[in-house]
Unconditional design. Structure first.
Length: 253
């Protein structure tokens, strides 16, 4: 544990038991002052760490941490083009109003007690995407879908029980219906607000979700959190193939 001192920046500790490409995206935007000791990387953060609940997130700095814990359906490559993440493929109707996403096989949420006695993991399902996207209707990132997804505004205003434009007809297919054509809809889904989380973690944890509990599918899982520190540990069952093993990174201030 690194003791907190007046003037000390909040920071993130990454226990790097095998690096992933996502880590380097995280490091590229970090402040100076990174310290590496063995496989433990200490990364200072520019401001106070906010919630780790993507649906309540409003800080772009904290989003760098969130993107290590959670993932969305699609991401952005280094060329600025959309790339498959939790969705392995997708299709769209000729009028660009109906989108269908095929969920990647074998992706698991981080092992957690929310899934049963001890620490167990659960396979990602399309219903997890529908549930997560519905949570965003009343969160900071609601602007991503407002006025675009069928039934979204009605749900956000409390006039509907569910968002009619989101559907999970099977465990492997998630569908979105829009109110108007949007050929660039995929780019909206790259927002860090649109991360996928399991209902069990949110409902079983109550107010602790986003503070001391965060369960996603990302390359790192939450190990511990205090007022000034977040500890992340490499996810041993991460679905992406690892291409290297980070021993240390030092970026002095």
């Amino acid at each position: 544990m690194i003791p907190f001192r007046r003037g000390m920046k909040p920071h993130v500790r990454l226990f790097t038991r095998g690096a992933t490409a996502a880590l380097f995206v995280f490091l590229a935007g970090c402040d100076r002052g990174m310290i590496a000791v063995g496989r433990e990387l200490v990364v200072p953060v520019e401001n106070d760490i906010q919630t780790l609940d993507p649906a309540q997130l409003s800080d772009p700095i904290t989003s760098r941490i969130v993107w290590q814990i959670y993932e969305g359906l699609v991401g952005l490559g280094i060329d600025g083009e959309t790339t498959p993440v939790l969705a392995k493929s997708w299709s769209v109707s000729s009028d660009f109003k109906r989108w269908s996403f095929v969920i990647r096989n074998g992706v698991r949420f981080h092992a957690s007690q929310v899934f049963g006695a001890g620490e167990q993991a659960r396979v990602l399902r399309a219903e997890d995407v529908r549930y997560s996207y519905e949570r965003f209707a009343k969160g900071f990132g609601s602007f991503v879908f407002s006025g675009l997804v069928a039934g979204f505004d009605e749900y956000a205003a409390g006039r509907a029980q569910r968002i009619s434009g989101f559907a999970a007809p099977s465990d492997s297919v998630f569908e979105v219906t829009l109110t108007r054509p949007d050929p660039a809809f995929l780019y909206r889904l790259t927002s860090p607000y649109l991360s996928v989380m399991p209902r069990e973690a949110v409902e079983a944890s109550g107010s602790a979700f986003g503070r001391t509990v965060a369960v996603g599918t990302g390359p790192f899982r939450l190990l511990a959190r205090s007022e000034n520190e977040v500890k992340l540990e490499a996810n041993p069952t991460y679905w992406r193939q690892r291409t290297g093993n980070l021993a240390s990174v030092v970026r002095p201030g």
